[in-house]
Design a protein around this ligand. Structure first.
Ligand code: SF4
Length: 385
C-alpha cells in the first residue's frame, strides 16, 4: 500500500509563526507585484546585472560575499578582462588569480573559484552547469551562490538567502527568534521559496536583495519609502529594531604582532603561507605574534628564526599598522632587519616557500593587505633616503 505523502512541515511552521494574512496567496501576489514595480524604477545599474552569463554572475556573487558593491566593481571588471571565460580562469596560475584578488580578502574564495573553474573545464566541457546539484558540488559553492547563479542566469525557481534577504525576509515574517539557527534557517529558506513567482524568479530574488540593501537597512530601515510597507508585520508592530535578532558576536581580541622586512643584497624576504595559515597561498613578509609593544631584538630574532629559519639582526622600527581579521584587532609593529644566515625550512605547514625578491618585483606577487601597505611604506622610505 503506498504511503501517504507527509505534510510539508515548513509551510505549517511558517503559518503558525505569522500574523493573519501574512504569507497567504493574496499577500504573496501583492508582494511580487509591488517588488517588481519598485525594482523596475529603482534598481541600481551594476555590471553583473547587465549580463545573464552564469560565469560572470558566479564571479560577482563570489566576490560580493562579505564585500561591498563599490569595492567589488573594479575587481570584477579587472578579473573578467583577464579571465573572460571559465576556461581562461581554469588555465591560469593560482598566483595570478590571487594577485587579482588581492585586497578583497577571504582569499579562500579565490582559490576555490580557481578549483571550481578546473572542475567545470574538466567535467562539464567548459560550460557552466545548469543543474542545481552540479553547481552545488563545485568547490566553494553553497546554497546561496547556487540559487543566485541559476536564478539570475536561467530564471530557475530557486530561493536565495544572504545578509540582505535574511533581514528583509525576517521582517516580512516578523520572525523574532534567531534567523541563523536551524529552525530560523529552515523557515526563512522556505518562505523565500514560497514567495518566488513562477516566472522571473531571478528578478524577484534581485529585487528582494535590493530591498534589503537599499531600503530595509539594518538600522533605521526606510519604511516610509518601502514598497511593501503595508504588507510588513514588523513595521505594523514597530519591531524594526529587534528583528532580525542580532547574531551573537564573539568578543574581539587584541593581538600584537611583528612583521619584518629582511634585507639581503638589495632584495627582501617574502614567505608563502601554508594551507593552514591565515592568507593561505598569499605571499607575506614574515610575521609572528610578540609579547607586547617594543619587543627587544632578542625576541624578534628568535621568533623570526623559529618561523622562517632565517637569522637576521639590526632590527629597526619602520611603522605600526592596525588591522582587523574576523574577531582579532591586530596591532602590527613593522621592522626592517639585515639577513645573516638561513637554514632549510622546518615548518612547512606555516611557510611553504621563501623567496628573495627585488623591491621592483613586489608588484608581481599577491601580498596580504598589510604586507602591501608595508611594502609601499618601505619603498617610500627608501626613496626618501
Ligand atoms: S516596511 Fe520597513 S521593516 Fe518592513 S520590509 Fe519595508 S523597510 Fe523593512
Amino acid at each position: 500500500m503506498p504511503l501517504a505523502r507527509p505534510a510539508r512541515r515548513p509551510k505549517k511552521a511558517i503559518r503558525e509563526s505569522l500574523l493573519p494574512g501574512v504569507g497567504d496567496s493574496a499577500w504573496r501576489r501583492a508582494l511580487r507585484a509591488r517588488l517588481a514595480a519598485w525594482y523596475g524604477r529603482h534598481a541600481r545599474k551594476l555590471p553583473w546585472r547587465e549580463t545573464r552569463d552564469p560565469y560572470n554572475i558566479w564571479i560577482s556573487e563570489t566576490m560580493l560575499q562579505q564585500t561591498q558593491v563599490v569595492t567589488v566593481i573594479p575587481y570584477y571588471e579587472r578579473f573578467l578582462a583577464t579571465f573572460p571565460t571559465v576556461t581562461d580562469l581554469a588555465g591560469a596560475d593560482e598566483q595570478q588569480v590571487l594577485r587579482l584578488w588581492e585586497g578583497l580578502g577571504y582569499y579562500r574564495r579565490a582559490r576555490q573559484l580557481h578549483q571550481a573553474a578546473k572542475v567545470i573545464r574538466d567535467y562539464h566541457g567548459g560550460e557552466f552547469p545548469n543543474s542545481y546539484d552540479a553547481v552545488l558540488a563545485l568547490p566553494g559553492v553553497g546554497r546561496y551562490t547556487a540559487g543566485a547563479v541559476l536564478s539570475f542566469a536561467w530564471d530557475q525557481r530557486l530561493p536565495i538567502l544572504e545578509a540582505n534577504t535574511l533581514r528583509a525576509v525576517s521582517r516580512l515574517l516578523a520572525y523574532q527568534s534567531d534567523p541563523r539557527g536551524s529552525e530560523g534557517q529552515r523557515l526563512l529558506w522556505q518562505a523565500a521559496e514560497d514567495w518566488l513567482p513562477r516566472r522571473q524568479a531571478g528578478r524577484f530574488n534581485q529585487a528582494l536583495m535590493e530591498l534589503g540593501s537599499q531600503v530595509c537597512l539594518p538600522r533605521s530601515p526606510l519604511c516610509d519609502k518601502c514598497p511593501v510597507a503595508t504588507l510588513c508585520p514588523t513595521q505594523k508592530l514597530n519591531l524594526q529594531d529587534s528583528i532580525p535578532r542580532p547574531p551573537r558576536r564573539p568578543a574581539t581580541q587584541q593581538v600584537r604582532e611583528a612583521m619584518v622586512v629582511v634585507r639581503r643584497r638589495g632584495q627582501v624576504l617574502l614567505v608563502r603561507r601554508g594551507a593552514t595559515a591565515r592568507w593561505a597561498g598569499m605571499w607575506d613578509f614574515p610575521r609572528f605574534e610578540i609579547s607586547g609593544p617594543s619587543p627587544d631584538e632578542i625576541e624578534l630574532r628568535r621568533s623570526l628564526d623559529a618561523l622562517t629559519d632565517v637569522d637576521a639582526d639590526r632590527f629597526k622600527p619602520l611603522t605600526t599598522l592596525q588591522h582587523g581579521v574576523t574577531r582579532f584587532r591586530i596591532t602590527l609593529d613593522c621592522f626592517s632587519a639585515q639577513y645573516k644566515a638561513a637554514a632549510p625550512l622546518s615548518r612547512p605547514e606555516e611557510i611553504v616557500e621563501r623567496r628573495w625578491v627585488s623591491p621592483s618585483a613586489l608588484d608581481d606577487y599577491p601580498l596580504s593587505v598589510t604586507a602591501r601597505r608595508l611594502a609601499r611604506h618601505w619603498i617610500r622610505e627608501m626613496q626618501r633616503g
